[in-house]
Structure formats: C-alpha cells, structure tokens
Design a protein around this ligand. Structure first.
Ligand code: XMP
Length: 515
C-alpha cells in the first residue's frame, strides 16, 4: 500500500531499536521494526529498500544467540549492522569475532581510517565522539570488507563492503551522544542505499486518507473521542476520508477536568463538522464510584462503565462495522519486538475487548506513528496548540487524583485547584516544557490560620514532571516564583484548601500519578 521506500529494522533486543526507527524517519524515510526471528520469505514480502540489523544483548558465540538467514547477504539489498548487527555480519560471513575482556560502555573516540560514502560530510577533526555499548568485538572483517574506522580500544570499529553495499558499525549512530550520528545514518540511506526522502507528515496524511477510503468502502465507523490528541487526530483523519459516515462519541464520565470535554467537543464541532455525540453520563459513573476507595477498583468501575455506555451508544447507530482507535507505534512494537531468547511476547490489548464483543473490525490509522509524529500530523491538519500540546490525561481521570473516596464536593475542590495549575503553567510557558502537571487532592486535613481564625482544611499536592515516555520521570524544577504563585492562588481562591505541597519524587521509585 505504501508508495514510500521502506527500511526494515530487524530487532535483536537492543534498548535503542526504537531510536533507530525514529532517526530513519526523521531523515524522511519510512521505517518499521520487525523481530529478528522473521522468516526470510516474509521479510522479502515486505519489500524493504534497505535493512538495518539492530544491536542486542546477546553474544554471537553463545549457542542460543539470535541469528539470521545467511541468504540475506546474497539478496543484494543494502544492509547496515549496528553493534550486535555488526558482530553477526562478521560472524556469518566468516570474519573473526571475539569476546572483549571488558564490556565497553559510554563515550569513545572514533578514528576514521578509510574513505567511505558513510563518512561523507562528517567533518572530523582528528576523531569523532561516538557512543559504545558492547561486549564482543570484530577482530578481523570478512573477506571483501574494508576496515573503515577504529578506536583506541578496538581496531575494527566500522567495516564496509562497497560492492555488496553491506556496512557495519560497532558504535551506536542512533544515540544523541554520537557526533554526526544522524549524518552517518543519512549517508547509509541516501549515498549507499540511494533511497528517496519521501516520508513526511503531509504524505502520511494523503496516503492514510486514501487507505482509509479503500479499507472502509461504504461502511460506517464509530470512534470514541477522549479529548486527547490521539483520538482527536484519528477522528479528523477519518472525517476527511469518509465524512458523515464517521460517528464520534464523547462520554462525560464525571471525572474530567473543568471544561475539558466541552472545549474539545465544541472545537471539533465548529471546525470539522463532525458527527459527534456528547453523552452526559456523570451521574452513572459517580453513583458507581460512591464509597469506593481502592484505586484499582476505581479504574475497573470506570473502565467497565465506559464500555457499557459506549456500547449502548454505538449500537444505536445503524450499520456500524468498524471501531477506530488511536493505537500508536510503540504499542504495536511492544507486541512484536524481540526481547532476547527468554522474552515473553506481549499481545496488544484493545480497549477492554470491545471490538470482539461488538463484532466490529478495528481501524487504527496511527499505528505506524510515534507520539511526536502524531503531533506533527495534528499541526499539519491545522489543529490548535491547546490540542496538539495537551498533557496526557489518564482514562480514570480525576478519580485517581482524589486519594480515597470520590465525591462531588472533593471533585469541585480538585477541579478548581487543577484549573489554577493549568492556567499558571500555560501563562508562564512551562506547560510545553513539562510532560505533565496537575493537582492531587489528599485525604487529610491540616491546621492553618486565616485572619484570626484557626482552620482545618484540605491539602493539595502539586505534581509536575519531566519525561520523554512516562516510563521514567523526574520532578520539574519549576521556578520558585511560579510555585509561590500557584500555591497562593490555590489557597486564596479555592475554598476548603489551606495548604499546598510540591511532590519532589522521581519515577522510579515513585509513579507519576498518586494512585
Ligand atoms: P504512572 O502513574 O504509572 O503513569 O507513572 C504513567 C503515565 O500513565 C498515565 N496513567 C494512566 N493512563 N489509565 C490511563 O489511561 C490509567 O489508569 C493510568 N494510570 C496512569 C499517567 O497519567 C502517566 O502519563
């Protein structure tokens, strides 16, 4: 279906495999990650224009180490091996690989010793700083390969066979610490494999709309809008492709931020003429949450109730055959990647088994994209900053930011405090710099003094974190003036709060949310 050149990255379990895919895409070439266990025929069916072999934790000398069909090297396709990928090339093509005495990890100085298209435009002083992370090293390249670079500790740090267009690097060009790493990857893509940089977000939008039209035909599609960027982009793309045959449903579960649902819904209605139904189900959700304190229980109740409400609404639309979902590429890779010989391969779960239950087919137009690419698509589609840069917001919403029981009174307090956090972060330009920022309502009261009176009121915790993927996070070093302003405003403007604390824990060992 793709009109683009495609690079296939075979994953041998490196922590950097996703980074390779991103770098290739940033260079303007579409890339996909597949497990190294893929059969050669299957690989050929994917019609790649070039192949990259990732790094990995194994050692080629070990009996169970992951391998590759040697025929791949007879295929005539350009190949780049990185780290383990290099050792594998050397091992299979009868070079010599040896376990290193020590694992080399971190920065190293690379000395280029032979001209190669790989080094074009890479301005080297005497050496180039590169990032290493390996145990084994190549002692002798296979026949037909030149040694292209070395470091102080290894004599063979890069090799290449110009005629067969097979190259390999001991270091990691995909990590930011490697100087000119992106240039080296571009050289492989454009100077060696002669690919064209046609992957861009506008080409993605055009081809996706065409694909959706072909896939859906004259059918109808239902889509849940959450207010977040992913589901909004899915809805806008589908709207462009099939117009009124898309039916969007927004469920107000009673634990949303102040005005959040309405904002997105009215924006979409105004600008995109969507078929969009706003379902007010607050009372149902809050009724079921009544008296519940356990966070996992809250999550379950909200999840099940959502499915129930959504299913009822979707069934009321005649002739719906598809469910659209905002699945992203990291979720997809999670289910296919190779994580070493002992790894359990996880399967990707859709929202609570809904498609099976309703016998709907799934359409996931963003399943090829990384989060930053979704943002670019959103910009290209003309979506406003308040949608493009919106912080992630959990499905169970404010219910897991009210520690203990969720009541209307507590929701009201948290909404007001959170509104101040949001508006101060936005006004100070910190909103876009941080990953997430929000207020949490604690289940305790503390003593304070207001005027001449002693008070005994709620505590709000402020949680603001920096992160790139929510897997790890650190508390944001907000300026103290900003913290002071947020705290003053919450205490002065939100009745029932007399104390604000700032959460200075990192993840791990803490988590981003408090429940
Ligand atoms: P934690 O608290 O695990 O959060 O560090 C990591 C990221 O996931 C979000 N989060 C959730 N999102 N349902 C969701 O849709 C949930 O139950 C949930 N719990 C946490 C959290 O906001 C952060 O972005």
């Amino acid at each position: 279906m793709h009109i683009h050149d495609k690079v296939i990255i075979l994953d041998f379990g490196s922590q950097y495999t996703q980074l390779i895919a991103r770098r290739v895409r940033e260079a303007g070439v579409y890339s996909e990650i597949h497990p190294c266990t893929i059969a050669l025929d299957e690989l050929k069916d994917l019609s790649p224009a070039a192949i990259i072999l990732s790094g990995g934790p194994a050692s080629v000398g070990e009996p169970d180490s992951p391998g590759i069909d040697p025929e791949i090297f007879q295929w005539g396709i350009p190949i780049l091996g990185i780290c383990y990928g290099m050792q594998l090339i050397a091992h299979i093509l009868h070079g010599k690989v040896t376990p290193a005495r020590d694992r080399e990890y971190g920065r190293s100085e690379l000395e280029i010793i032979s001209d190669s298209p790989l080094w074009e435009g890479v301005q080297v002083k005497d050496t180039l700083t590169v990032w290493m992370s390996h145990g084994d090293t190549v002692l002798m390249p296979p026949a037909g390969f030149d040694v292209l670079a070395k470091t102080e500790s290894i004599d063979v740090a890069a090799i290449g066979n110009r005629e067969k267009r097979i190259y390999a690097l001991q270091f990691h060009p995909e990590v930011a610490h490697t100087e000119h790493g992106d240039k080296i990857i571009s050289n492989f893509l454009f100077k060696i494999a002669k690919l064209s940089p046609t992957w861009s977000m506008s080409s993605f939008i055009d081809s996706t709309i065409k694909n959706i039209q072909e896939q859906i035909g004259e059918d109808r599609v239902v889509c849940a809008i959450s207010g977040g960027i992913d589901s909004t982009v899915v809805a806008v793309l589908l709207n462009k492709a099939i117009g009124k045959r898309l039916h969007c449903i927004f469920v107000d579960n009673g634990v949303l931020r102040m005005n959040e649902g309405e904002e997105v819904v009215s924006y979409l209605r105004e600008h995109f003429d969507l078929n969009l139904k706003y379902v007010q189900a607050s009372e149902l959700f809050l009724g079921r949450l009544n008296g519940v304190e356990d966070p996992e229980q809250k999550r379950k109740i909200i999840g099940h109730t959502f499915i129930e409400v959504f299913e009822k609404e979707a069934k009321a639309i005649a002739g719906v055959k598809w469910l659209a979902q905002g699945t992203l590429y990291p979720d997809v890779i999670e289910s296919v990647s190779f994580k070493g010989p002992s790894a359990v391969i996880k399967s990707h779960h859709n929202v609570g088994g809904l498609p099976e239950k309703m016998q709907l087919r799934l359409i996931e137009p963003l399943r090829e994209l990384f989060k930053d690419e979704v943002r670019k698509v959103a910009v290209e589609l003309g979506l406003p900053d308040f949608i493009v840069w919106r912080h992630p917001f959990p499905g169970p919403g404010l219910a897991i930011r009210i520690i203990g029981e969720v009541t209307k009174e507590r929701l009201e307090i948290l909404r007001r405090a959170d509104k101040i956090v949001q508006s101060e972060l936005r006004a100070s330009d910190w909103y876009r710099k941080v990953w997430q920022g929000f207020a949490v309502l604690l289940p305790l009261k503390t003593v304070g003094v207001m005027g001449d009176e002693r008070t005994y009121e709620h505590v709000i915790a402020l949680r603001v974190v920096d992160s790139i993927d929510a897997m790890t996070a650190d508390w944001s070093r907000l300026p103290s003036e900003l913290l002071a302003r947020i705290s003053n405003r919450i205490i002065n403007e939100v009745r029932g709060v007399n104390r604000v604390v700032y959460d200075i824990s990192s993840k791990p060992p803490s988590t981003i949310e408090w429940e």
